[in-house]
Each structure stands twice: as structure tokens, then as C-alpha cells.
Design a protein around this ligand. Structure first.
Ligand code: ADP
Ligand code: MG
Length: 583
């Protein structure tokens, strides 16, 4: 139960609702106890008529009265059971909601390194599966727990008072039921986890085949893919059958044990009646009803134990990750507007997971408002520099200064809201084009959005779609070409109108003419804005105040356009890859 303590703060938050729920549970329980004893009384009344101690009319009147009481108690018990679910199960939903939000908020704080270490599937499981398991503890487990407890506390003493011998024999098989149910539900859980794992393998496989259908067809791999799916399906059938087999035991076992209890009641009760040890057969009917009332709660004890164990395991996984400290800490509270001077001092950077040293002792200064182009072959460290400016990673050695302040001493929100980044692999959400651009500034007007789309030279393309700016992107809608994506992504950054622009190879899929046009627009937009523009094409650097050429994480050359003029003069619009080969 150590891990589940974490939920206490939520249980405290909703304590009033829970408390009311518990009271209602007890009331519902008490009403449900009325019925069996009145069934007993009704039978006794009929018995009285046969024994001639009651007249027919008297017996009928009594029966009518008892039946009304039984119906009334059943209605009330039903009503309170409904209210019980409404309160306690609702609380568990609130807790689920809070916990999901907490987990999601924490996800957003964690840095990219965390996302590299963990598989997306696992992260999704944490927030759906695991929180779901925990909810079962916070709601149903508490509800059934209290229900069972009140039943035992009220009913068992009552049974012993009414008929101790019958009570004893009725109760003997029930603990066995509890233990069996516990064992079975553990096995069921194990096997159903396997089935779930299988299902996610299957859907991953199916998803990949569907998204890669073009490749499958082009290489005519249909038969091979089909065979792989068949193998998977056979494995799936076996795991599902294994689950079905244990599942099949559940109810027969329960019914068998109830049957045994009932046989005891009838046999022991009948013998006692014949011997004159009990006064009425009604008590036998009453006890049969008790056995039926007890069965589910007794089974629940077994079930609850396994639920709590599962919730504990799930909460442990959730806790492990809630305790994960964001490696990029926002240590400064106060938000300060940035101006945009950037300085790297002997910066080296190694990626944790691959141990690739992406930057080696890099130093440069970019004055506020300057435009600097980073050129270099793929893998030379250009993107890494931009990621470091946005503080997606912290450097291991050296120092990055923004406005002469070490980057760690800046408020993270101030830093990131001063940056308009267009990453190398432009990511667009499966939403409308308008909303994708609006990401740059939530309050932008439509005119502003159109203006930046024009600057990014994508307005014409968008107007060509039937739904224009309302066109949905991604899986449910249109797939943009690489160049269109890049330009929408540029529009998004322009809309933000930040102090610092980071353009990471964002014109690589755009033809040279359009590139020229965009570059001219960018020149205008990036006036008085610090701009870092990455490219492997020399032409992109034409407006830069300074060009830095990188190779293998080191600065190869640095200078103005004129200083590096010979490079451009000879190899205009050639890829630097070719250029370096000539070197
Ligand atoms: P460029 O943008 O110039 O192509 P990068 O900065 O992306 O170069 O990469 C520099 C080096 O760091 C490469 O060797 C690359 O393999 C490695 N690298 C880049 N990104 C990551 C990452 N997220 N995790 C691990 N290694 C990376
Ligand atoms: Mg790159």
C-alpha cells in the first residue's frame, strides 16, 4: 500500500463526497437486509394458516403487509445503491481526471532526453492503462470494500443470533470461494495483460503495414506481410484461448460453492426443523437468501485483493515517473524580456544516448539583430546549435550567454517565448492550417495569419485547397508536400514575431525561385531580430551578416559574405557536400 499513499491527497480533496458515499452505502445495505426476514415471516404466516393458528383472512392480511414492506425496502435499497454509485464512482472519475492531468503536466515539463529514454507506447500506457487501474482502486475497490464490510458486520452476527448451527455451515464454504476467486482473478489478469500486449503488437503491425502500404505494394511484399500477420494472429488466438479457459472457470466455481452452501442450509435446516430445533421453515428460505446476498461480496474480497495489488503496481510506475526531475530546470521565477544577443563560449556537447560528440569547443558571438548563417554537411552539428539556443538541452562544457546572461539563469518561458523556431523536420498537428499557424500567436487575427502566409509564400497554395485555411492536415485530411509543410511552419514562426529566429534548413524542399522570394521576405521580417539560419545550400546565406561553416562539430570557417566570397563565387547554389569533396 506504500505506493497508493500518493493518492491520499486526492482522497482528502474529495473527502466530503466520499464520506457521503460511505453513509449512503451503509443505508443501502441496511435496507437490503429487510427483505430476507420478511420472506421468512411471510412463509411463517402461510405455515400458520396450514397449522390453523391463523385464519385465511389473517394470513392474507399479513402477507399483503409483508409484501408491501419488501417492495418498499427493495425500492429504497435500489435508490440508495444508485446514489452510492453516483457518489463514489464519480469520485473515482474525478481522481482519474486529476491524475491524468498531473501526469500530462509532468510530461510537458520533462526534457527531450527523457523522451529518448522512454518509448512513446510506455508513456501512453502510463496515462491510460495505469491511471485506469488506479481508478479501480479509488472507486470500485473502496465502494465494494465498504459494502462488503457493512454486510459482514451486520449480517454475520444476525445469522448467528437467528440460527447458529445453520449459520456456521452456510459460512464454511465461503472463505474457500474468496481464496479461489483471488487466485483466478490473478491468473485472469496475467493472461489478459498478455492479450493486451498482443493486441498492441498487432495494431502496431497493422498500422505500419497501412502507412507503408505504398512500399509493400511497390516491392510486392503482400504475401510476406500476410504471412507475418497470420503468424501473429495464431499467437494471438493462443493467448486469447488461454484467457478464455480461466475465465470459463469463474462462474461455474462460484455457482458450485453457492450450491454447496445452499445444500447445507436445506439439509441442516431441514433436519433441525424435523427435530423441532427451529420453529419455522421460513428460516430456511431466509438463509438461502442470505447465502445469495453473501456470495458476491465474498467473491469481491478476492477480486478486491487483486485490484489493490494491480493498482499498487500501476501507481508505482506512475510515481517513478512523477518523481523524475525535469533535467532542464526553470530555476528563475522572474520573467524578463530578451534582446537577442547570443554568445557561445567554448561549448562542447555530447548526446547522452548515442555518446556522439556533436559540438567540439565552439565559440562565436551574434550581436542583437544580426543574421548568421550556419553552413555545413549533414551531421556537422548545425541543428544541435539551434537546439542549444532554445535550451532543449543543457551543455556539458562551456557556456551559452544570451544578453550576456548564462542561459541557465534566464527564465525558461521568457527564453522560449522570445524564440521563433522552424525545426528541420517541420511538424504540423492534425488540425486546420489556420490553427497550425496560430500556434505562433493564439490571439492573431485572420488578416495577420494571411499576411505571414504570404510572406512564407504559401498563401497561394492554401487558397488552392477547397477549404482554404480550414483545410485539415495530417491523417484525417490533406498531406502537404515537404516544401509546403516547411512554409506553413515558417509562417507560424513569423506570426510569433519573436526576438530570435531559428530557421533550421527550412527551405531545403523549396525550389530556388521560391527560396529567393522567401529569403527576401525573411530579410525584411528579421530586421532587428537575431536570426540563425541553417542550411546546406550556400544560396540561403546570401543575406547573412556572417557565415559560419561547420564540420564535424567544429568551426571550419567564419566570416562575412565577402570574406568567404570565393566559396560562393565558385560554388553558388551547389551543395556544400560537393564543395567539401573538392576541398
Ligand atoms: P546537422 O543539423 O548539421 O545535420 P546535427 O546537429 O543534427 O547535425 O547532428 C550532429 C551529430 O549529432 C550527428 O552526428 C548526429 O548523428 C548526432 N545527433 C543529432 N541529433 C541527435 C539526437 N537527438 N540524439 C543523438 N544524437 C544526435
Ligand atoms: Mg540538422
Amino acid at each position: 500500500m506504500k505506493e497508493l499513499k500518493y493518492l491520499n491527497k486526492y482522497l482528502k480533496k474529495y473527502w466530503l463526497k466520499l464520506f457521503v458515499g460511505i453513509i449512503i452505502t451503509i443505508i443501502a445495505r441496511v435496507f437490503s437486509l429487510v427483505m430476507p426476514s420478511y420472506v421468512n415471516k411471510s412463509i411463517t404466516a402461510v405455515e400458520g394458516f396450514f397449522a390453523k393458528t391463523l385464519t385465511a383472512d389473517q394470513a392474507k392480511d399479513l402477507l399483503q403487509e409483508y409484501i408491501l414492506i419488501i417492495i418498499g425496502a427493495a425500492l429504497l435499497s435500489g435508490l440508495f445503491t444508485f446514489l452510492m454509485r453516483q457518489t463514489i464512482i464519480n469520485v473515482s472519475r474525478y481522481i482519474e481526471y486529476d491524475l491524468k492531468n498531473e501526469v500530462f503536466d509532468h510530461y510537458q515539463l520533462l526534457s527531450l532526453n527523457f523522451y529518448k529514454r522512454n518509448r512513446i507506447g510506455d508513456l501512453m500506457n502510463r496515462i491510460s492503462e495505469d491511471v485506469g487501474q488506479v481508478r479501480l482502486y479509488a472507486g470500485p475497490a473502496i465502494m465494494y470494500g465498504i459494502q462488503t464490510l457493512t454486510l459482514f458486520v451486520c449480517l454475520i452476527p444476525l445469522m448467528f443470533i437467528k440460527a447458529p448451527t445453520i449459520a456456521f455451515y452456510t459460512l464454511v464454504p465461503l472463505p474457500v470461494l474468496s481464496v479461489l476467486i483471488y487466485q483466478i482473478s490473478r491468473i485472469i489478469h496475467k493472461r489478459s495483460t498478455k492479450v493486451q500486449e498482443f493486441l498492441s503488437t498487432l495494431s502496431t503491425f497493422a498500422q505500419e503495414s497501412f502507412s507503408g502500404v505504398a512500399v509493400i505494394k511497390a516491392y510486392s511484399l503482400e504475401d510476406k506481410t500476410n504471412q507475418e500477420l497470420t503468424d501473429l494472429a495464431i499467437e494471438g488466438k493462443d493467448t486469447s484461448m488461454a484467457l478464455a479457459k480461466v475465465n470459463a472457470w469463474f462462474f461455474p466455481l462460484m455457482i458450485l460453492l453457492i450450491g454447496i452452501s445452499n445444500v447445507f442450509v436445506i439439509y441442516i435446516g431441514g433436519k433441525q426443523y424435523i427435530n423441532g430445533e427451529i420453529e419455522s421453515v421460513g428460516i430456511i428460505a431466509e438463509f438461502i437468501l442470505y447465502v445469495n446476498m453473501l456470495t458476491w461480496p465474498v467473491a469481491v474480497v478476492g477480486w478486491l485483493t487483486s485490484i489493490v495489488q494491480r493498482a499498487e503496481a500501476s501507481q508505482k510506475r506512475i510515481n517513478e515517473f512523477l518523481q523524475e526531475e525535469p533535467s532542464i530546470a526553470n530555476s528563475v521565477r522572474e520573467e524578463t524580456p530578451l534582446k537577442g544577443k547570443i554568445e557561445f563560449k567554448n561549448v562542447s556537447f555530447t548526446y547522452e544516448d548515442t555518446h556522439i560528440e556533436a559540438l567540439k569547443n565552439i565559440s562565436f558571438t551574434i550581436e542583437q539583430g544580426q543574421t548568421v548563417a550556419f553552413l555545413g554537411k549533414t551531421g556537422s552539428g548545425k541543428s544541435t546549435i539551434l537546439d542549444l539556443v532554445a535550451r532543449l538541452y543543457d551543455v556539458a562544457a562551456g557556456e551559452i550567454l544570451i544578453d550576456d546572461t548564462p542561459i541557465q539563469h534566464l527564465n525558461l518561458n521568457s527564453l522560449r517565448s522570445s524564440i521563433g523556431a522552424v525545426p528541420q523536420d517541420a511538424f504540423l498537428f492534425s488540425d486546420t492550417i489556420e490553427n497550425n499557424v496560430r500556434f505562433g500567436d493564439e490571439n492573431a487575427t485572420m488578416d495577420q495569419i494571411i499576411a505571414v502566409a504570404k510572406k512564407a509564400v504559401v498563401h497561394e497554395n492554401i487558397m488552392g485547397f477547397t477549404k482554404k485555411y480550414d483545410t485539415i492536415l495530417g491523417e484525417r485530411g490533406i498531406t502537404l508536400s515537404g516544401g509546403q509543410k516547411q512554409r506553413v511552419s515558417i509562417a507560424r514562426a513569423l506570426l510569433k514575431n519573436p526576438k530570435i529566429y531559428l530557421f533550421d534548413d527550412c527551405l531545403s524542399a523549396v525550389d530556388t525561385e521560391t527560396e529567393e522570394e522567401i529569403l527576401n521576405n525573411l530579410k525584411e521580417a528579421s530586421q532587428h531580430r537575431t536570426t540563425l539560419i541553417v542550411s546546406h545550400r550556400v544560396s540561403s546565406a546570401k543575406n547573412a551578416d556572417k557565415i559560419i561553416v561547420l564540420e564535424n562539430g567544429k568551426i571550419l570557417q567564419e566570416g562575412t559574405h565577402e570574406e568567404l566570397n570565393n566559396i560562393e563565387g565558385y560554388y553558388k547554389d551547389l551543395y556544400l557536400d560537393q564543395l567539401s569533396e573538392k576541398d
